[in-house]
Design a binder for this molecule. Structure first.
Ligand code: FAD
Length: 316
């Protein structure tokens, strides 16, 4: 079977869930090989990759790669593409990995497809475009297909791989060294899960009313062990940080449960959450567009409904 390279996403040595999704997808297309670029590789990371089907793990465990933004990752992948001639390279459709994909495409004279929500036989990628309104099927016709897949678009399935390690060294070009990370500032995220990886997301919209009142959304999220999201009306107004925006110009989430409170359900918001398994909305208007595509809807003032919901969940 043809080799499929999967660029591992990792933070502080922890393999992110999207990588497991990519490995699951890669197993259906060929033989998955994980590519670890940057510091922090560990036996735990190896186990996680192997348990999700990585037959090989190319390890470039180098602080230099970690310190020099995205260019070294593109150089490492380009080197592997030249040496191994894989059938495809899969990366996560995150801001950083999409930049890696673009640079890799230039270096290898290949085509790149972004925002894939699935890949079928023949490496035909299903891409979600126009804010999720249209799906198109596309195939790379030049070079090594490079496909950026949206987080949460593939369910993770465990499967044992051989996990054979191969150490890879990469000689960085001067260009790759031209920009360096000088400081990493850790975001204060508290105990909440990362938005794009969370199993439950509780989002608030303009209907919440004010930045102070957003505390009720946070409390519900914490009661459920969920991540907090927000509509653009909220982030534009400065009620909540932009990094929590869900939608076409925000993040795409695909949790098991998406709970929207005071969000009308504009197409641009829907684009970022419509693939959630179960959608619940609370809105005081019974004709709010969000009720057209929810699984469960509650018509009422969120400041009445949400505290009751919190009390009820806490009793259980
Ligand atoms: P509103 O549409 O004002 O809805 C508020 C809802 O709260 C209403 O349904 C109201 O009935 C309800 N409500 C009010 N008070 C209460 C209460 N006390 N209890 C219960 N319900 C209450 N939007 C995004 O979210 N994400 C994006 O990424 C995004 N990208 C965009 C990109 C472009 C190019 C454009 C043009 C727009 C984009 N938007 C995006 C904006 C989008 O079109 C909407 O304007 C936005 O989603 C509206 O946010 P909202 O639902 O919070 O506010």
């Amino acid at each position: 079977m043809s080799e499929i390279l999967v660029l591992v996403e990792h933070v502080e040595g922890q393999v992110k869930k999207v990588t497991l999704e990519l490995l699951t997808l890669a197993r259906k297309l060929g033989t998955p090989s994980a590519v670890w670029a940057g510091a922090g590789y560990s036996p735990e990371a190896k186990a996680r990759l192997t348990e999700h089907g990585a037959e090989k793990i190319y390890v470039a465990d180098s602080a230099e790669i970690a310190d020099h933004l995205v260019a070294p990752k593109a150089e490492l992948l380009a080197q592997l593409v030249a040496e191994k001639s894989p059938a495809a390279v899969l990366v996560a459709a995150t801001a950083e990995a999409k930049e890696v994909a673009g640079r890799l495409a230039i270096k290898t004279d290949s085509g790149v497809l972004t925002d894939a929500v699935g890949i079928q036989d023949g490496l035909v990628a299903e891409q979600s475009i126009f804010g999720g309104g249209v799906n198109v099927r596309s195939r790379v016709t030049k070079g090594t297909p490079i496909i950026a897949v949206r987080p949460n678009s593939t369910p993770v399935e465990a499967a044992a791989g051989a996990g054979t390690e191969e150490q890879v060294s990469v000689t960085l070009s001067d260009a790759a060294r031209s920009a360096r990370i000088v400081e990493r500032v850790k975001e204060e995220k508290g105990a909440r899960p990362e938005l794009t990886e969370a199993a439950i997301v509780v989002s608030g919209g303009r209907g919440v009313g004010s930045p102070e009142k957003f505390a009720v959304i946070e409390e519900l999220a914490d009661t459920l062990g969920a991540a907090v999201g927000a509509s653009r009306a909220v982030t534009d107004a400065g009620w909540y940080p932009h990094e929590f925006q869900v939608g076409q110009t925000g993040k795409t989430v695909s949790p098991q449960l998406y709970l929207a409170a005071g969000i009308s359900g504009a197409i641009q918001h829907r684009a970022g959450m419509q693939t959630a398994k179960t959608i619940v909305a609370i809105d005081k208007r019974d004709d709010a567009p969000i009720f057209d595509f929810v699984d469960f809807g509650v018509v009422g003032d969120l400041h009445t409904v949400v505290p009751q919901l919190i009390d009820e969940i806490k009793k259980r």
